[in-house]
Design a protein around this ligand. Sequence first.
Ligand SMILES: Nc1ncnc2c1ncn2[C@@H]1O[C@H](COP(=O)(O)OP(=O)(O)O)[C@@H](O)[C@H]1O
Ligand SMILES: [Mg+2]
Length: 193
Amino acid sequence: MPLLQVENLSGGYEPTQIFSNVSLTVAEGACVGFFGPNGHGKTTLMKTLSGVIDPWSGSIVFEGVRLNASVERKSRRSRNLNYDVLTRPRMDPKKVARAGLIHVPQGSTLFPDMTVSEILSIAPIAAHGAGRVSDTDAVFALFPRLKERLKLKARFLSGGERQMLSMACGMLAAPKLLILGRTYLGAFAESQA
Ligand SMILES: Nc1ncnc2c1ncn2[C@@H]1O[C@H](COP(=O)(O)OP(=O)(O)O)[C@@H](O)[C@H]1O
Ligand SMILES: [Mg+2]
């Protein structure tokens, strides 16, 4: 069974469809790159996988569990929306993160007035209660720079350090699958060199 199985996934930003009928699988332990020109929908697809935006149709199955269930919304306010929107498969980003699918988006804005230490302390919340353990030592081994910056507010970090902090947060969520937005690959490669 693949870790992630996506079938016939379509989505976008109402009313504009950005991608249609995407199918892909990611095996456990695999490292998968997803490449394409600017504006072609890579980020939109990743945001859909992590539940930040709702898929329009298709299925996202993670460790054999379907993440997007077809749940009809019945709130008073939603009665004005059309039926199509009401019956779209919904996603709950909290559940997705709890399941271990962690997305570090490109250009993610960290909390500028919180210190590195404070931000790192809230990062493992997704893993708490889900039985996964955050490996702080591994994070500092990979990004020793962050250890020297613990008391600094995020707003004073350099661009590269912010990227390290974002990736560190993703790692501290003890991911089973870590999705990294493109801008982070450079920092990751540098830190590995
Ligand atoms: N929040 C948004 N609302 C509406 N359209 C968006 C939004 N974000 C991105 N788009 C559009 O979706 C398309 C795909 O963008 P994106 O997924 O960011 O591409 P990529 O990551 O491949 O560069 C682009 O045409 C972009 O303008
Ligand atoms: Mg993008």
